[in-house]
Ligand binder design. Structure first.
Ligand SMILES: [Zn+2]
Length: 276
């Protein structure tokens, strides 16, 4: 709760001061300027995907590595997730799928397939609605809990990896992510493939911007304003994989890249103890 007040309190105080002094006075204008500054900071931290003020957000490896991690958002999709899985299998590339809970309930079999193929599954909220960004603690908690339950029902594991829709975060979301002990995941480069229909542009964009240790974001499902077809992603994916490998970078699972756990250890067993 305290973090939610970091920017809001100075914002409210400076707005109050501006009104108190009167907007025509010099002191009032200075207070208004301070209010604008904090409002700008607030907005920046909400829309900055990898901003860490509300909650630490992981978007690349902390140590230098010649590897990257692929991630896909907005599935499971009955057509395109299966085609992504087929490409990843043929190319022997691990990936992480941030799934929408409501879709995971419709097709738990696809979520199970993702897991069985050795990929990771993360939480991408239950409904992925735009209103998510305007919700407060209880509603956000319900969204994240429901998605984790849907994933748990499909694969029998409780995910720790979480990615916010569009990467936006607000102070309340930060509080919930910390309370649930989730790891917030951003990205180093994205393909804009939820709106881009030209595979060449997706390939060029990712291949030219990806950096060692980076997290790559793409989409196996369609949501919101995007194109309902992920055909461009399907066309681009093998070429992106070849281009990244051609640049001397390997593909590793997201938890390996970041050195974190992807799932909550089963109750009764301490984390990190895998001795036989
Ligand atoms: Zn999404």
């Amino acid at each position: 709760m305290a973090r939610s007040l970091i920017l809001k309190l100075p914002l409210l105080l400076s707005v109050g001061a501006a009104l108190w002094f009167g907007l025509s006075s010099a002191a009032g204008l200075v207070a208004l300027g301070v209010a604008a500054l904090f409002l700008g900071l607030l907005a920046w931290q909400v829309f900055h995907v990898n901003g860490g003020l509300w909650v630490p957000t992981l978007w690349r490896s902390a140590r230098p590595v010649d590897a990257v991690a692929l991630t896909f958002d907005d599935g499971p999709d009955p057509e395109f997730t299966l085609r992504v899985l087929e490409i990843l299998r043929a190319k022997q590339v691990p990936a992480t799928f941030f799934v929408i809970g409501a879709r995971a309930r419709l097709r738990p079999d696809i979520v199970a397939q993702i897991d069985a193929a050795g990929h990771l599954v993360g939480n991408h909220t239950d409904s992925h609605g735009l209103e998510f960004h305007f919700q407060l603690w209880p509603a956000i908690r319900r969204e994240l809990d429901a998605c984790n339950r849907a994933i748990g029902a499909a694969i029998g594991k409780e995910p720790v990896l979480f990615r916010s829709p569009q990467g936006f975060k607000n102070p309340a979301l930060g509080d919930v992510v910390r309370a649930m002990r989730l790891s917030a995941i951003g990205w180093q480069v994205r393909g804009f493939d939820s709106v881009e229909t030209d595979a060449d542009k997706i390939v060029r964009r990712i291949a030219s911007r990806v950096r060692p240790g980076g997290i790559v974001q793409m989409h196996d499902g369609a949501q919101g304003f995007g194109s309902p077809s992920r055909q461009a992603t399907i066309d681009a994916l093998p070429r992106i994989i070849d281009a990244i490998r051609g640049a001397g970078l390997a593909f590793v699972p997201l938890d390996t890249l970041l050195g974190i756990e992807a799932y909550r250890p089963p109750a009764g067993r301490p984390p990190g103890k895998n001795e036989a």
